[in-house]
Design a protein around this ligand. Structure first.
Ligand SMILES: Cc1cc2nc3c(=O)[nH]c(=O)nc-3n(C[C@H](O)[C@H](O)[C@H](O)COP(=O)(O)OP(=O)(O)OC[C@H]3O[C@@H](n4cnc5c(N)ncnc54)[C@H](O)[C@@H]3O)c2cc1C
Length: 382
């Protein structure tokens, strides 16, 4: 058993760390404050090959693996989560379904621009009336000649409304299974298709420099060939995508938790109270030691889940554990980092204020903490 990174992995980690510190850190506060999408940062991430990390070179990928993506996400989130979630959603929710389930034509059409970061794709599963219970999807798609006609709406879809969004994959009811349950399928809807409307961006508590919209489909017609994978496979497809995505969200959460440690150490050495730096007090040292312990153990949990996934072993339970634990400790660390910063921790100019606002969603997105516990319990045979 060896959790040390290879030279190649360490080099990737360092280059993303440098990029996060030198390019993301100076620019992101303004985007966060203004709720603007950081196109220039995303363009540079594309040039670095981050959007192609876990994909084969054949379609413009970097030939790496899912763990490489996780390492990059951790380092980005150590500085900023809006940028990290943009990459996470673009790769693991946007391009990955096309890579995993698409036809040769669909891959050739979409993957080169998605993997270069020139374009983004959204993953339309959640609806205004149903999130955790994704099987409760109401959006319908009916085959009319050689076209799907889609009606319904989707809520909270990341990367769905940027200037460079090329498509969203939409989960829709396409019929009824022999056992009476809904037949769910996934359909590619290119941006700009008539009948596909993107609402203005939500006003969010955190991740304010990331792109999130409600989507409406009103007699929206796309070619029958836009079906992604086999008809009726929608449920199995999104379960697979979400299982993987949980490891990526865990990595992002570990990054945020580690960023809280970084900022707290820096501040505790500078800030003085009662004639000494606050970091000289054991009460502050213990808080930082606990934060480091939590970031470290959560990192081991996602490394383990990723290793199992890459070995082709079952990883559902480990991914849920990693996501549940990492998101919980990210919220803990953000709370403590803010506490260590005192009143300044409540000021938006300090990165910990951003961490605090960004942490909560980690316990909700890509499966709430309750859903993770349901997955773990089910996997334990309960
Ligand atoms: C910023 C942001 C970005 C997002 N990006 C995307 C995206 O790109 N694509 C996408 O498809 N979705 C996206 N989502 C949606 C996200 O995945 C859902 O919000 C999440 O899965 C929870 O669904 P919900 O909001 O409908 O909550 P609900 O399912 O309504 O849950 C409400 C509460 O009830 C609890 N609950 C539900 N069922 C049970 C149960 N059986 N037992 C116990 N407790 C239960 C939940 O845990 C939660 O606490 C995003 C959300 C946000 C906020």
């Amino acid at each position: 058993m060896d959790f040390r990174l290879s030279e190649e992995q360490e080099a990737l980690r360092e280059s993303v760390r440098d990029f996060a510190r030198e390019v993301v850190a100076p620019a992101i506060a303004e985007h966060y404050e203004q709720h603007t999408f950081p196109y220039e940062i995303i363009r540079q991430m594309g040039k670095m090959g981050l959007f192609g990390l876990p994909f084969p070179e054949e379609h413009g990928g970097m030939g790496g693996d899912y763990f490489a993506l996780c390492l990059a996400l951790e380092e980005l989130a150590r500085v900023d989560s809006s940028v990290a979630i943009t990459l996470e959603a673009a790769v693991s929710l946007g391009a990955m379904p096309i890579h995993r389930f698409g036809t040769a034509e669909q891959k050739a059409q979409w993957l080169p621009k998605l993997l270069s970061g020139e374009a983004l794709a959204g993953f339309g599963l959640t609806e205004p009336g149903t999130g955790s219970d994704a099987g409760g999807t109401q959006t319908r798609a009916v085959l009319d000649g050689d076209e799907w006609v889609i009606n319904g709406s989707k809520a909270f879809i990341t990367n769905s409304g940027t200037d460079i969004t090329a498509l969203v994959t939409v989960t829709a009811v396409t019929g009824t299974n022999p056992d009476g349950s809904k037949e769910l399928s996934t359909i590619i809807v290119p941006s700009g298709t008539p009948g596909f409307t993107v609402a203005p961006g939500y006003s969010k508590v955190g991740w304010t420099a990331s792109d999130t919209h409600e989507l409406t489909f009103d007699d929206c017609r796309v070619p029958a060939a836009n079906l992604l994978g086999a008809r009726g496979r929608g449920f199995a497809q999104f379960l697979r995508i979400l299982d993987e995505g949980r490891i990526a969200i865990a990595a992002l959460a570990v990054g945020l938790a580690q960023g809280c440690v970084d900022e707290s150490i820096k501040y505790a050495k500078e800030r003085e109270a009662f004639g000494r730096p606050i970091g000289a007090y054991q009460a502050i040292q213990f808080k930082i030691a606990d934060m480091e312990m939590k970031a470290h153990t959560a990192r081991l949990a996602y490394y383990d889940a990723a290793a199992r996934m890459l070995a082709g072993e079952p990883f559902k339970r480990q991914a849920a554990i990693a996501k549940l634990h990492a998101s919980t400790i990210a919220v803990d660390n953000a709370r403590e980092a803010t506490q260590i910063h005192g009143g300044y921790g409540f000021m938006n100019e300090y990165p910990v204020a951003r961490f605090w606002r960004d942490a909560k969603i980690l316990e909700i997105g890509e499966g709430t903490s309750e859903v993770q516990r349901m997955i773990i319990a089910r996997d334990l045979g309960m």
